[in-house]
Write a protein that binds this ligand. Structure first.
Ligand SMILES: NC(=O)c1ccc[n+]([C@@H]2O[C@H](COP(=O)([O-])OP(=O)(O)OC[C@H]3O[C@@H](n4cnc5c(N)ncnc54)[C@H](O)[C@@H]3O)[C@@H](O)[C@H]2O)c1
Length: 337
């Protein structure tokens, strides 16, 4: 494993972030086995890596996947991730995100798999009291989605103490962009993220809603920190190497530290695509703080992480390249959701 030769089980690896991380792991010399129920994922996104279609809430399936693949680490992306859906259906979110992750950890404990990298989120913080958000900021999620992720962060020390599972939780800010080689991109259905929605609007699909233009920000729209999915991938690989080389469990923000407003994003989308983005004003959404951006000081200091693509124009351009080639997403779309 220390020589990048081990197998990593990637739950949710047929989804957006997981598929990019899986590709980056293979490029770095690891074997990957993807475990995904294809609720929101795409078999094409596995890019030919082994794909086990299964559900993380089924502990026996996860155990079997770990045992048969010989995985020494799990990277855990499988989750539902819509803040607004989680407000409508907290039970479903607790079931999938908490019970499913506990089942994954149970499978790891019983199969002796001891490294866990967890896709967490800045939604664990809730309304910011200070900016930028550092990992010491109080965690008071304002959505069930954020609470499900925080719940897992909180149980991880127990699993380390009793079962020897060391972990890194990566609190991503807004994942964005696409594989610079153009093989992978973002394809959610329905799409809930600003950049792919704006790109779709730019080519004449559904106009986008701007949720709130009366926030206390310079142009009245929300500010967010967009991190290139390739930079998320490098953070995951550094996290795994840290654990395997004996590094302590930790929690890290992953963001560029640079906030952009919704209107700034739309202006860059228009510049990159050359098209106008049709948009409508819409009311604020529950669970949307005005401004969120990261301090990435801890991940820089401990893991030596530095984003290679911090520039918003580059992030949007990579997304646009993929979007132009795949205006309807992955072609052999067989997801169930
Ligand atoms: N995309 C973002 O901006 C963002 C930001 C912060 C955190 N995250 C976290 O990153 C992870 C990945 O996000 P994404 O954007 O790639 O989402 P995604 O929906 O594209 O990928 C999630 C994958 O998990 C699979 N999945 C869901 N429930 C499952 C289950 N019960 N069993 C097996 N597979 C299951 C889905 O089919 C999908 O392929 C999530 O855990 C999310 O909470 C994402």
């Amino acid at each position: 494993m220390a020589d990048n030769s081990g197998t990593v089980l990637i739950t949710g690896g047929a989804g957006y972030v997981g598929s990019h991380v899986a590709k980056a792991l293979r490029t770095a010399g690891y074997e990957t086995v993807i475990f995904d129920n294809l609720f929101a994922g795409h078999s094409e996104a596995a890019l030919g890596s082994r794909l086990i279609v299964g559900d993380i809430t089924d502990v026996d399936s996860v155990r079997k996947a770990i045992r048969e693949s010989g995985a020494v680490a799990v990277m855990h992306f499988a989750a539902w991730l819509s803040v607004s859906d989680s407000i409508k259906d907290p039970l479903g979110y607790y079931h999938n995100n908490v019970i499913g992750t506990l089942a994954t950890l149970e499978a790891m404990a019983t199969e002796g798999c001891h490294y866990f990298v967890f896709a967490s989120t800045c939604a664990v913080y809730g309304e910011p009291h200070q900016l930028p958000l550092s990992e010491e900021h109080v965690t008071e999620p304002i959505s069930p989605y954020g609470q499900t992720k925080l719940t897992i962060e909180k149980v991880l020390p127990n699993f380390e103490h009793s079962y020897g599972i060391r972990s890194i939780s990566l609190r991503y800010f807004n994942a964005a962009g696409a594989d610079p080689e153009g093989e992978l991109g973002e394809d959610h259905s329905p799409e809930i993220h600003l950049i792919p929605r704006a790109l779709a609007a730019a080519i004449g699909k559904t106009p986008i809603d701007i949720f709130g233009e009366d926030y206390p920000t310079p142009d009245g729209t929300c500010l967010r920190d967009y991190v290139h999915v390739s930079d998320l991938s490098s953070a995951h690989i550094l996290a795994l190497k840290h654990l395997v080389s004996g590094g302590a469990s930790n929690i890290f923000n992953v963001g560029t530290e640079q906030p952009y407003s919704v209107k700034e994003v739309l202006a860059v989308v228009e510049r990159v695509t050359g098209y106008r983005v049709a948009c409508h004003q819409a009311p604020r959404r529950a669970g949307d703080p005005a401004v969120l951006y990261a301090s990435a000081e801890r991940i820089r200091a401990v893991l030596g992480w530095k984003p290679s693509y911090p520039d918003l124009e580059r992030i949007i351009n990579d997304a646009w390249q993929w979007h132009q080639k795949h205006p309807d997403g992955f072609t052999n779309d067989n997801h169930a959701g």
